[in-house]
Ligand binder design. Sequence first.
Ligand code: ADP
Length: 320
Amino acid sequence: GSSSLIVSFGEMLIDFVPTVSGVSLAEAPGFLKAPGGAPANVAIAVSRLGGKAAFVGKLGDDEFGHMLAGILKQNGVRADGINFDKGARTALAFVTLRADGEREFMFYRNPSADMLLTPDELNLELIRSAKVFHYGSISLIVEPCRSAHMKAMEAAKEAGALLSYDPNLRLPLWPSAEEAREQIMSIWDKADIIKVSDVELEFLTGSDKIDDESAMSLWHPNLKLLLVTLGEKGCNYYTKNFHGSVSAFHVNTVDTTGAGDSFVGALLNKIVDDQAILEDEPRLREVLRFACACGAITTTKKGAIPALPTEAEVLTLLNK
Ligand code: ADP
């Protein structure tokens, strides 16, 4: 595992998942509670692999908020960057994969605690001690958490952290597609590492092509690594000096939730103490193979957090 700190900024929430699959939310006979939120998943992914991680964000001072903070701590993630809002409740998401194959989302966010994090509440000492600062929060959407997001990002950068960004586009949450694109691109050139999914690549470029040309159209001069994840097709990587792809592993997929977060957590954990990997293609490919294995394992169990692998599980898949 790594010995330097990875700080992940954003939201943590409860996903309510129907007890039976292939139904609409309105038809669900009941729901299972699953802890979620991409930035929290990334922090736990790092910790489960033996790395050091902290989560920064705001939860409700309610049953769900304390349950989520407990889950972070049980998983070895530092929780001293968490604030609890006295008034607002913890964010909730209702998520289902309907029979027609479409994913249906509904959010309790009016407003939820995560949206109310203010710049003054940030644990700057913690943020400044990060070697890698990861963000990818839906909290870019509204104030005051948008300002908190910007301040945290800048504090980490000033203190010398490597910045990692995953836009985690959840389009229904945005007032409009144009605004989503604008806000995401407004912080694009701050990041050293960016990971987008194939869907996000299409959305951000406005083209339905998922090729090198469209990926490179998102390149910015200070970027060190751009990753495009392709689900069961693996991932493509781009740096200033080289690019290529890494294939996915064949596994028994039951639920892809959290695969991207697992992939990112694995990558960050490998480079946090050895950033030279970013300039060394053979070593980077090894790390991306490891990250793809993590993503693959995460799809073999229901839910994100319960499915995040340990290093030993990843090595077993790699050596198969
Ligand atoms: P995102 O959550 O960003 O859309 P992906 O679903 O592409 O990310 O998953 C991230 C990585 O996890 C992929 O690059 C791939 O290596 C692995 N992965 C995802 N889905 C599968 C799958 N069905 N089978 C094998 N590996 C997968």
